[in-house]
Write a protein that binds this ligand. Sequence first.
Ligand code: TYD
Ligand code: MG
Length: 457
Amino acid sequence: MAKTKTVYVCSECGADSPKWVGKCPNCGEWNTYVEEFVAKETAQKRGVPGFGDERQKSRPMLLKEIASEEEERIDMKNGELNRVLGGGLVKGSLVLIGGEPGIGKSTLVLQTVLGLEGLKTLYVSGEESGRQLKLRADRLPYDNPACHILCETNLEQIFVQARNIEPDLVIIDSIQTIYTEMIESSPGSVSQVRECAAAILKYAKESGVPVLLIGHITKEGHIAGPKVLEHIVDTVLQFEGDQHYMYRILRSIKNRFGSTAEAGIYEMRQNGLREVTNPSELLLTQSHEGLSGVAIAAAIEGVRPFLIETQALVSSAVYGTPQRSSTGFDLRRMNMLLAVLEKRAGFKLVQKDVFLNIAGGLKVNDPAIDLAVISAILSSSLDISIETGTCMAGEVGLSGEIRPVNRIEQRILEAEKLGFNRILIPHNNLKGFDHSKCTIQLVQVKKVEEAFRQLFG
Ligand code: TYD
Ligand code: MG
């Protein structure tokens, strides 16, 4: 057996050093060095041999000599996933799907491969046994007879099987459970993850077979393992949502073959994930007539507009320090909005507990929901409900001004389509949008005070 030695590896960027250091000289992060054992040879011979491992000599080419072909894509038979990937899975690409445990990563991927009839797939599971996968597959209403399951964690073995089967698509669930014999550290460690991902990338590029990697995330919400993992792969998708709710959002964080503005929405059901093609249904299921503390925001997720309910509860603080809690909305941003409310609307919120919730357990990043959030809080505080049929979109600035938002016409049209009769929008946001055909009443507001006057009289 090869003699081992110890190195210290930065868990952020993957840089290594023979000694422990407090601050990484490469990325500047503090306290990120962890001890790892590596085999002697690998220290000199970097990288794990990949698929075939022929060393191809490359030579420089003129840019104009390089043919600009459209990438060949595999239709994933799943509209939301196709959209997030930028129109299908590019052949030879490496895609990483990250998300919290239990959110449904394995379900999403298994369901997708089972739906790809006629495509030979290899699903490598390092986390579940064949029986467990079978039980899961039995719940799903799909069947792909050419789906091979391999319960293996050794990378070299996986490559051997991939060479035997010659699949059209490989799934690795998850990258943190896979290890290569070339390195002695345990699976999931920085160097294992880095080397395995690099070898898999090489396999994908050389064979043209796309590979989907599933990745764990840390408690801070980052993908576990070195940051280099995200640099190595072509596409990083994040599967998020609240486990206690049914809805899930698949976001693209990085995509070499498409836009990162896309997002897919799913609903977790008894028989797998259902694509949500009309996101406004999240809202439409409930009636909230006459309820205070509810405001409807015309939001955009990815490039699609949808209406979402924001709910707030303001009550007298029992303890000295008032409680602030928010689900699906950035707490710091909510505190900022509370400060604006205090300053602009003269409401003493210091003695009040404030709870905020975005319906469906979704995390919405769109700043245009600010206006709905601040209105919901005020509505709860005043105990006056906002008229049904009214929705709003607008970012709130520090001085209480309502700032323009993107894609306003899409928001307006969506609100109109769903039967709303009034929408509050930022002043001067319409720029060239011909709204003469709109039946919905457009109320342009400059400041939060104006919006409050419109809503609460
Ligand atoms: P899973 O896909 O195992 O999550 P991950 O791989 O991200 O850890 O998550 C599955 C969760 O979803 C589990 O708690 C059970 C639930 N589930 C359903 O609600 N319906 C289904 O059809 C399936 C297969 C799972
Ligand atoms: Mg899983």
